[in-house]
Ligand binder design. Structure first.
Ligand SMILES: [Zn+2]
Length: 246
C-alpha cells in the first residue's frame, strides 16, 4: 500500500496545500489540495480513482472535489469509471451542492451521466468493504459534526489511518488502534489551538501510547519536529507494509 500526501498544511497558514491524501492509485482521502495538478507529479492516476473518502465538510478538506470530479468526468467519455464517494451523513447532498455551486447544473449533469458516483454514508462503527479496501470509520470530536476518522486496510492487511480534524477523544484512539501508519493532525505546536484540533503535547501522548504505529504528522501550521514521528510535506510518498510495526 502506498500513501501519497497531496496536502500537508492546515486551513489558513499556507504551510502546505490543504488536506488530501492518496492510497495506491485508487483512493483519495479528503480533497482540499489541487489533486489533478499534484497527481501528475506523483504516481497517482486519476483515471484509476475508485474511492473518495471525506472526513468532514470543512472547506480545507473538500473544496477541490468539484475539480476532481470534473476531471474524472471530462476524461471518462469512453469508459464509465466505477467511483464510490463515502463520508458522514449528508455526503451526497453536500457533494452535489459543491458541484452545483462551483459549476452549475451542466457539470452536475455531466458527472451524473459519465461518472454516476455511488454515495455511501458512513458513521461511527462502520466497517465496510469499499472498492477492494476495508474501511472502518470512527466518530471524532471536531468543531463541525459529524466528523470521522478512518482506518483503511488493503487485501494484504496493511492499514493506514487518518485522524481528519480531531481533538483527543475515544474515537481517535479506536481509529489508531491496529494501524501500521497513522496520518495525524498536529495543528498547534506551542499550546492548545481553538476549533477542535490537537497540538504537539497531545500528539506526543499518542505517539507514546502506540509505539507500534508510525505517525505522520500533517495539517500543519508550521513544520517542526516531534521525536518518534515523521513530519509530512506535500508529495511525500511512503510504502505501508502489513504488520511492519517495529
Ligand atoms: Zn482542516
Amino acid at each position: 500500500m502506498r500513501l501519497t500526501v497531496f496536502g500537508s498544511g492546515d486551513a489558513f497558514s499556507g504551510c502546505g496545500c490543504n488536506a488530501a491524501y492518496g492510497i495506491d492509485s485508487s483512493v483519495l482521502v479528503d480533497c482540499g489540495a489541487p489533486v489533478p495538478a499534484m497527481s501528475r507529479r506523483a504516481a497517482f492516476d486519476l483515471r484509476t480513482l475508485r474511492l473518495v473518502l471525506v472526513t468532514h465538510f470543512h472547506a480545507d478538506h473538500t473544496f477541490m472535489l468539484p475539480i476532481v470530479l470534473g476531471a474524472v468526468a471530462v476524461t471518462a467519455e469512453l469508459e464509465r469509471p466505477d467511483l464510490t464517494i463515502a463520508g458522514p451523513s449528508g455526503i451526497r447532498e453536500y457533494v452535489l451542492r459543491l458541484v452545483g455551486d462551483g459549476y452549475g447544473s451542466h457539470m452536475q449533469e455531466l458527472i451524473a451521466e459519465r461518472v454516476s458516483p455511488r454515495f455511501v454514508t458512513l458513521q461511527d462503527g462502520s466497517d465496510e468493504q469499499l472498492q477492494g479496501y476495508r474501511v472502518r470509520a470512527h466518530s471524532v470530536v471536531h468543531s463541525l459534526g459529524p466528523s470521522l476518522a478512518y482506518a483503511i486496510s488493503d487485501t494484504g492487511g496493511a492499514t493506514v489511518g487518518f485522524s481528519g480534524d480531531s481533538t483527543l477523544c475515544p474515537g481517535l484512539h479506536r481509529a489508531i488502534n491496529g494501524c501500521d501508519l497513522f496520518v495525524c493532525e498536529c495543528t498547534g505546536w506551542d499550546g492548545p489551538v481553538p476549533g477542535g484540533h490537537m497540538w504537539r503535547d497531545e500528539v506526543a501522548s499518542l505517539v507514546a501510547t502506540y509505539p507500534a504505529t508510525t505517525f505522520v504528522l500533517s495539517h500543519l501550521a508550521e513544520r517542526r519536529t516531534l521525536p518518534g514521528a515523521l513530519i509530512a510535506h506535500d508529495l511525500l510518498s511512503l510504502d505501508v507494509v502489513a504488520g511492519d510495526r517495529a
